[in-house]
Design a protein around this ligand. Structure first.
Ligand code: F3S
Length: 394
């Protein structure tokens, strides 16, 4: 450690910094880190009151009270509710009060209350080789793979500690040798819509676990396909970095390490079986789009598909404040809501308290969203967004 880091650990920059440093040093010891690296941004998870509860909320409040302040740009993952329209969502008053306290504690520390899992769509966009400390598995996967930045799968506390200190232990995906691929995945199936990429990601995660996969045959995925692919791969496996031939920035470098690696083929029937694995038949589904949070492009497409249909409040759409604002300025939010869709910010179908809100089933176009809805005991099905719009308008 440098003398500055020693001083931080000794409490010379305040108790909050000392605690943050202590956590990072302990983490570094566990993973045999080669010292600390400076990070240029943090993305912090563990924001929903549903997950934090009272103990987690008080821990954050205590840190804020101790004078914790972030030293680098820090953005926030989704909360358990739209911070303004929570009543309309059906979120109970007690939950809303807890959630307000959580966001306030983060804000006091200087964290931007972006409340989105797609920080890369709202300006927190690190470049190739940048060291960052990000939590939220889809964001980690996107940062490492699509942007070529370097982060481990941070937790809520470790990403916050990095925001407070500007440091992170140097191990794992921060080191070039750990970014080499360990398995090759040949995609033989022709990939069509975005749901194909989500299903493929889910299957790849199952097949490779936390090994770095090198994928061939991905076609020409758009940003939205890349984000849903990574989200799914990080959910079913522990994928935090993947390389896509002709798609991701480090794939050319990674291709020199392919010799002798196990190769797995993926065919259309493998994708069909994977999708069927999450296929329930909820009697009373709420239709959810926006896992990860919708981009402007997705909102515009949805508005086109909705056209003059009447959705009767059955279609819920989740996005970030930043994207919502842009969509609002183009009249897209108004168009969707006039048709009876509900467009919410700050939250999603997984971190909101759905049971307390009276939900009985979920239909989504995201394998990640489907995975967690099913894991939370809600009857779930996964299907393409356009089909969802058609069903929701019946
Ligand atoms: Fe984002 Fe919630 Fe899905 S945090 S990736 S929308 S589970």
């Amino acid at each position: 450690m440098t003398s500055r880091q020693e001083a931080m650990l000794a409490g010379e920059e305040g108790e909050a910094t000392r605690r943050a440093m202590e956590l990072l040093v302990a983490l570094g010891n566990v993973f045999e880190a080669t010292g600390m690296v400076e990070v240029e941004s943090a993305h912090i998870s563990g924001v929903s009151y549903k997950n934090l509860g009272e103990a987690g909320t008080m821990w954050l409040e205590e840190l804020a009270e101790l004078g914790a302040r972030v030293r680098v740009r820090a953005t926030l993952n989704p909360a358990g509710m739209d911070l303004e329209r929570w009543r309309e969502m059906g979120v109970p008053e007690g939950f809303a009060e807890g959630q307000r306290r959580v966001v306030e504690a983060f804000t006091r520390m200087g964290v931007e209350a972006t409340c989105t899992c797609t920080p890369y769509l709202v300006g927190n966009t690190p470049g190739l080789g940048a060291q960052v400390a990000w939590a939220e598995s889809n964001a980690v996967c996107y940062a490492n793979s699509v942007l070529g930045a370097r982060t481990n799968r941070e937790s809520g506390p470790s990403s916050l500690a990095s925001a407070i200190t500007g440091l992170s232990p140097n191990y794992g995906y921060r080191l070039t040798e750990n970014r080499r691929p360990g398995k090759v995945v040949e995609v033989e199936a022709e990939l069509g819509g975005r749901l194909d990429y989500s299903v493929l990601g889910y299957l790849v995660g199952k097949l490779v676990g936390s090994t770095v996969p090198y994928l061939r045959g991905l076609g020409r995925p758009d940003l939205e396909s890349l984000k849903t692919f990574g989200a799914a791969a990080a959910t079913s496996g522990g994928v935090a970095l993947w390389h896509g031939e002709g798609v991701t920035p480090e794939a050319g470098w990674a291709s020199q390490y392919l010799e002798g690696l196990e190769t797995i083929s993926v065919e259309r029937r493998d994708l069909e079986e994977t999708l069927e694995g999450l296929g329930g038949s909820p009697e009373e589904a709420t239709y959810c789009i926006g896992c990860p949070h919708c981009s402007l492009q997705e909102l515009e497409e949805l508005a086109r598909w909705v056209g003059g249909r009447e959705l009767g409040g059955r279609l819920w759409v989740f996005t970030s404040r930043g994207v919502y604002q842009e969509a609002w300025e183009r009249g897209v939010v108004q168009e969707l809501e006039a048709a009876g869709a509900r467009v919410y910010r700050d939250t999603c179908m997984v971190v909101a308290p759905l049971r307390e809100m009276g939900w009985r089933g979920v239909c989504t176009n995201s394998m990640k969203g489907g995975h967690y809805s099913a894991a939370h005991g809600l009857p779930t099905k996964v299907e393409p967004a356009l089909k969802m719009v058609e069903e929701a308008s019946k």
